[in-house]
Structure formats: C-alpha cells, structure tokens
Write a protein of this length. Structure first.
Lengths: 100, 452
C-alpha cells in the first residue's frame, strides 16, 4: 500500500488553535487518487488525540492540492500548547504517513 | 512594465539584511518587512511596560542603520509593521539613526489606530460585545489580565503615506499580506473595489510574507533538490507585478534558493483555511481560480486570481496573561524503561498534588512528542526522554513545584536523571489569544510624519 508521502508533499500552518495541513499531489493521477480516498474523516482518525475538533477538507483542482483544516488541533493554540512543537509544524507528517 | 516588491522579513528576528542584495543589485522598487506573528505584540508589550519609549521590534534599528541609507539613495520605499505597539517612538528612533548616518530629506511615516487597548470601555459603550470568533463567548475582562488589543488594519493608510512621499512607513498591526498590497496600490492606483487586482496583490503578499518559505526554506518538495549549504543564505523573494495583477515570483538574483511551482504551492496554502475565501481587511481573495506556471529558472507566473468585496468587520485580537508554564526533562534507560516511566508519572503527580497546578503533560521526546497517539511505541526501549510540562496561574507556584520535584532526587525510579538546564530554567508566560470582530466605523487610522 502506498503512503500519502509517495503521492504528495505537504506543509502545516497554524492560526490560533486551528492547524491547516496542505497535501499537494505530485501528479495529476495522484491527485485523483487522493481526492477520492483521503477524506476528512480518515484524516481526523489518523490525527488521533492530536485533534480534538472537526476536520474540514477543501479541494483546489487548479493546483491539484487538498487543504485540511483541523479544529482544536494545537493543544489550545501555539501560545498555550504544552507540546514540544506548539505550532504543529510537523503535523502534516501524520497525514503523509497514511496508507492509500 | 512591472513593479517589483521584495520581502526581507517574515518574523521578528528574521535576517533583514537580506534586503541589501535586493537594493544593491537594483532588483526591487519597494521592500516590505513583516515582523508581527500572532504572539509578537504580547512580547512587545513587556518591553513597553519596562520603558514607554519601547514596544517596537529591535529589527527596525538594524533596518534604519544598515538598510535605509542604501534604500533612500535609490528612492526605494521601506514598509514595516515592526512598529508593533509604538510606531511613533519607532519613527523617532529611525529618524535619529538616519540623522546620525548623515541622511537628509528622509520622510518617515508612523501609522497608528490599530491599538485599541485604551479604548475598550468606549468601544463597549458603542456596542462592541467582543465575542470570540470561534466559540462566540463574550470576552470577560475580569477573567485574565489583558496584555494588548490590536485590530488588523488594511493597506489604505500605508498607501496614503506612500502617496505623500514617505520613504519609510512604520505601522503596528496590519494584516500581513496587506503590507505588500500597499505599494502595488500606491504605484498602480488600483481602485479599492477592483477586487480581482486587489486579490492578486494579496496573493503576491501572501507568497512573499514568509520570506524563506517560498524560496526553498521549510520545503518538503525540495528535500532532494535543494543544497543545504544554500539554506543559510537564501535569496529572499521578489514579486514582479504587472498592472493587471498578474505577477512573476522569483528570488533575489545571485543568492541561494529555488522558486518553482512546488515551493509556490507549499506557501500558497500555508496558514490558509477556505482557499476560496482568504479574508483580509481589503478584499476576500480566491485562490481556487489562479494558475501557476514555471516560466524560467526560479520564475513562477501567477495569473487568474479573483477577489470579492472586503468583509464588513475587522479582526481584533486580544492578548491575555493566562498563567505560566514550566518544563523539566528527565531521562530513563534500559531495563524496564516503560515501568520506570509509569513510576515517574506517579511520583510527579503525587508530589505536585498539594500545589495549585492547572495542567500537567507528559511527552516522550523522540517517541511520541510530535505525533501523540499516532506514534507507534517501541516495545522495550533503550531510553525514554520524558518532557514534563506543568502550568499554574503564578510563577511562585511553579518555583515551589520545581523545588518539591527536586526533593525527590534520590527517591525516583532506578537510574533516573534530570536535565540540569531545564531545572535552572525560568517559568514562561502563557499569553492566550482571544480573536473577535469589530465594526470598521470604530477604527480610524492616524499618520504621523517625522522628517530628517
């Protein structure tokens, strides 16, 4: 089973207690696969206790990318978080490690 | 014809001297410096409490002393939001620095009006409820000590200052991409309801505002292609913008870094929620209509951006002192590391029980500190590095907590050790952010000019 990292790259951004994870397809074929299988619910499950809220998915067909907006995913927000990575810079790794 | 906007700062502490090769090489027509992350104003508030003439970023001193002379000689305007909580004091400092450098005729503009900390009562009387953007809970000013209250301003006051001939515009809180939109509107005279062009300027600003992140920094796409020796000397980004809003993103010629459609996509979605509705004070930009094209080495053309009318209200962020946090790092080794970890957690929780500790968190560095429950755990590890974080309303409780934990020095699990630098560390303030919206009519800007 390929992992998302074989099909895409990505980066995490933070705003308050919300993390957004971009998943950018490496090819058009990869984008079709990701759009079909990489659902918001699957990402929510993979994030486990890192994300306490809902996950919304936005599609950008123009640049063949998905954007996952993860609510309550930063332990209260960058300034309150007790995590070693309070801004969630590494969070995209969870999604990139998922199997497709 | 193109107008070229460079970006030489993406956070307080960035390498602002990256502006020099842009200026000396004749590569830009204006340079912007973005210095205010969400938390930065709360940090500057501490400086201002110690000295009422402070409250701006120290980077402005470096810009004034080492960038302004060359920029001014070539009539390249500089724009910075590093004025933080005290743009006027910052402007006077810049003027003094310029005077010492022998410059004459420099016009510095300080823009204020974003800081509403002293107006909260008046705004409340005027009907502002300060309801939290996500939870809708109204702000309870008695709950925590407020540190600052700043509105995200748009590009208009900067445009006004540039049109008045300012060589250096210093602001407080401005929505990051609007800082970069301003010189474009000032140059091209785009109308304030020309939504597509304003949207294009915002996309350019959004791609520029994190400096190194669009030219190869923090890039997973480039992990196999970028030479790591280039990372400490990335040539920061420049947008070549046409009158119709189409632009080409590139890096500073002759410097390090790579710009291609991959780095642009990575930065385009950075800190973005709904990509069809990227809200700024001046326009709601739509990222889903644009087209990217690699048109040459380190040149990406961005076209087709659209925009919609600006939002009715402005965003206001409060900073609140919600308490303090403290970190202690322990190490545990083979054998029975997991059992020792359980013992250590019990020891710490019981020791801290008599104190008013609000939160305790345990993370294992190198095991699950980044990915929590998503991390597979090793069965019988050689070592566990335990990071313990705990919080309290006041610093004294945390100092007491560390003292009690150290009393356990010879009573812990077999072979436990503690990182001395963390024991000697200091509590760190927890500045919570409280975002809300405010009526535009309640916010007016002022421009103060200082001339040398």
């Amino acid at each position: 089973m390929p992992r998302v990292v074989d099909l895409a790259y990505g980066r995490t951004g933070d705003k308050g207690n919300i993390a957004n994870i971009s998943i950018i397809a490496r090819s058009s074929e990869a984008y079709v696969l990701l759009r079909e299988h990489l659902t918001a619910e699957a990402v929510r499950q993979a994030l486990g206790d890192l994300c306490e809220g809902t996950v919304l998915r936005y599609e950008l067909d123009n640049i063949e990318a998905l954007n996952f907006v993860c609510h309550d995913a930063l332990d209260g927000g960058g300034t309150r978080s007790l995590r070693i990575d309070p801004l969630g810079k590494s969070l995209a790794g969870v999604v990139l490690r998922m199997e497709i | 014809m193109v107008y070229r906007v460079g970006s030489a700062e993406g956070f307080y502490g960035d390498n602002v001297l990256s502006a020099l090769p842009m200026i000396l090489g004749g590569h830009v027509d204006a340079i912007c410096f973005e210095a205010l992350a969400e938390l930065t104003l709360a940090i500057l508030q501490k400086d201002k409490l110690k000295d009422p003439n402070r409250g701006y970023t120290f980077d402005l001193q470096i810009i004034a002393a080492r960038v302004l002379p060359d920029a001014f000689r070539r009539r390249i305007p500089l724009i910075s939001n590093g004025g933080g909580l005290n743009p006027v004091a910052a402007a006077h400092m810049v003027a003094e620095t310029a005077r010492k450098a022998g410059l004459q005729g420099v016009k510095i503009a300080a823009i204020t009006g974003d800081d509403v900390f002293s107006r909260l009562e008046e705004l409340h009387q005027a009907g502002e409820r300060f309801e939290h953007l996500e939870t809708s809970q109204p702000l309870d000013p008695g709950e925590y000590q407020l540190t600052n209250a700043n509105v995200y301003m748009g590009a208009r006051p900067i445009v006004e200052a540039l049109k008045a001939g300012a060589d250096f515009v210093i602001t407080g809180r401005v929505a990051d991409p609007c800082l970069y939109l301003a010189p474009l509107v000032a140059h091209y005279g785009w109308a304030w309801d020309d939504w597509d062009r304003l949207g294009a300027g915002i996309v350019a600003g959004h791609l520029l505002e994190c400096t190194g992140q669009v030219v190869g920094g923090n890039s997973l796409a480039l992990i196999d292609t970028i030479d790591p020796h280039e990372l400490p000397r990335l040539g920061y980004p420049i947008a070549h913008v046409h009158a119709d809003g189409t632009f080409v993103l590139t890096n500073t010629p002759g410097q390090g870094g790579i710009v291609n459609t991959s780095t642009v996509k990575e930065q385009l979605l950075y800190e973005v929620h709904d990509p069809a509705r990227y809200v700024t004070p001046d326009v709601v930009a739509d990222f889903t209509t644009l087209t990217l094209a690699d048109i040459g080495a380190n040149q990406v053309r961005v076209s087709g951006v659209t925009g919609r009318p600006a939002p009715e209200k402005l965003k206001l962020n409060f900073g609140r002192l919600e308490g303090f946090m403290r970190e202690i790092i322990y190490t545990l080794g083979y054998p029975y590391a997991w059992k020792k970890y359980d013992q250590l957690k019990i020891l710490i929780r019981e020791t801290l029980k008599p104190l008013a500790i609000d939160r305790i968190a345990f993370h294992l560095l190198g095991v699950n500190s980044l990915f929590g429950s998503a991390s597979p755990l090793p069965e019988d590890p050689m070592e566990l590095v335990v990071r313990v974080m705990f919080t309290a309303k006041d610093e004294a409780t945390l100092k007491n907590a560390v003292r009690l934990l150290m009393n356990n020095g010879l009573s812990g699990p077999a072979g436990v050790s503690v990182s001395g630098t963390t024991v000697g560390g200091e509590p760190r303030a927890i500045i919570g952010l409280f975002p809300t919206l405010i009526e535009r009519t309640h916010i007016q800007h002022q421009i103060h000019y200082v001339e040398v």
